[in-house]
Design a protein around this ligand. Structure first.
Ligand SMILES: *Cc1c(COP(=O)(O)O)cnc(C)c1O
Length: 428
């Protein structure tokens, strides 16, 4: 007999901090026992007790074509038999690099790494090297991975757990990080008025996804572009979440603003560990061995990861984004109708196939709005949805992800479950 999630969680807590390898998975902010997953297929997760859930975590973004997609599995099986890592260049790296560069005009060259964290950490080093400056601007509630300098006002799991900025980050690392308010250009201008000549870069999630989904207001990204130009600082779009999620060419295609450096991850690994960063040939020429900025990786460009990423991107043609938009709009419109029906104060914010339901707010424009949402109500709603067989991300500060496997019947079933869960959790 296989162990239950509760048994496994009890064992895991003795073996790993919080029983998990990434904090939000532990259900701390929603309570209860995380479900241990046995396998996944399409838009469904199956736990070790054999229960089936409609999945809106999507592994936090990568699974945009659905779990265990036949074409991705086939590519992995083919690649697997040819060896799992060479430590020497291989064909799939060239193919994935070409596919990425073809979709993202601001990227003329790309470097593959193993996670989003690594991509952003390297991009920042590059920006500092190119400009000869040390400081950078990030936005309150934006998450860029867990590198020291970026773990300041970092949204996502840090916000979910209500942690202050992490211990272990040196005051020196934190002092280089200047914090602005998302969707507030004046807050960025004020920082540049004070210390413009010391600022290497502004880094932003072009659609914030780690405080829940917060779209950029019209003019915000354009404003960041012109402020950074004016002060000869670089603009970094962290598209680890939005890249190939919100459009074929990422958020920079959707909003028509070109950054100097782009970071990618999640979808480009198709569910395997990958990150990447890139920009113009002039900027990327600074990276070793072309230039002096050192950055390396034993498993970087790993053939399995390249194969899964490439197979995933091949499925993501223009039609795929139309389908994702249509299914996501259907879900968001349905949620809006249900919320109006039960007269619960809440809003659904969506860009493409990422959305968040914020309770207790009519609109969320920045992190202070996201924090003011009713997270206790979200926890009750989350539990009711889980009981009904819908696995949302276990935090009110996260995006729900829709995949190509979320068909009409799945969306309808999700909405039926939502109707019941709203009634149970709000007493409406
Ligand atoms: C997930 C994420 C990261 C970190 O990526 P990991 O692969 O978890 O290290 C960085 N930036 C953004 C915007 C993300 O969503």
């Amino acid at each position: 007999m296989t162990a239950s999630s509760a048994d496994l969680f009890a064992q895991a807590q003795q073996l790993m901090p919080g029983g998990v390898n990434s904090p939000v998975r532990a259900f701390r902010s929603v309570g209860g026992t995380p479900r241990f997953i046995d396998h996944a297929e399409g838009c469904h997760l199956f736990d070790v007790e054999g229960r089936k859930y409609i999945d809106y975590i999507g592994s936090w973004g990568p699974m945009i074509v659905g779990h265990a997609h036949p074409e991705v599995c086939e590519a992995l099986e083919q690649t697997l038999r040819r060896g799992t890592s060479f430590g020497a260049p291989s064909t799939l790296e060239v193919e994935l690099a070409r596919e990425i560069i073809d979709r993202v005009p601001s990227m003329e060259m790309v470097r593959m790494v193993n996670s989003g964290t690594e991509a952003v950490m390297s991009a920042l080093r590059l920006a500092r090297a190119v400009t000869g400056r040390n400081k950078f601007v990030k936005f309150d509630g934006c998450y860029h991975g867990h590198a020291d300098a970026l773990l300041v006002k970092a949204g996502s799991g840090v916000a979910t757990l209500g942690l202050p900025d992490s211990p272990g980050v040196t005051p020196g690392a934190a002092a280089d990080t200047l914090i602005a308010t998302f969707n507030d250009l004046e807050s960025v201008e004020a920082i540049f008025r004070d210390g413009g000549p010391e600022i290497a870069a502004v880094i932003v999630e072009p659609v914030a996804g780690n405080m829940g989904v917060v779209p950029p207001q019209p003019g915000f990204l354009e404003g960041l572009r012109s402020i950074t130009h004016e002060h000869e600082a670089l603009l970094i779009f962290d598209e680890v979440m939005t890249g190939f999620r919100v459009a074929r060419g990422g958020a920079q295609e959707l909003f028509g603003v070109q950054p100097d450096i782009t970071t990618l991850g999640k979808i480009i690994g198709g569910g395997l560990p990958v990150g990447a960063y890139g920009g113009s040939s002039r900027i990327m020429a600074q990276i070793a061995p072309m230039g002096p900025v050192y950055q390396a990786g034993t498993l970087s460009g790993n053939p399995l990861a390249m194969a899964a990423g490439l197979a995933t991107l091949k499925i993501l043609d223009r039609q795929a984004y139309l389908t994702l938009e249509q299914q996501s709009a259907k879900l968001a419109d349905g949620l809006d109708r249900l919320l109006t029906g039960v007269k619960v104060s809440a809003c659904v914010q969506r860009v493409g196939s990422m959305l968040t339901l914020f309770f207790g707010k009519q609109k969320v424009s920045d992190f202070s709005d996201a924090r003011a949402a009713d997270h206790t109500q979200f926890a009750r709603f989350f539990q009711a949805m889980l009981q009904a067989g819908v696995h949302l991300p276990p935090s009110g500060y996260e995006a729900w992800f829709i995949s190509l496997a979320h068909d009409d019947a799945t969306i309808d079933l999700t909405l039926a479950c939502t109707q019941r869960a709203l009634r149970v959790s709000t007493g409406a």
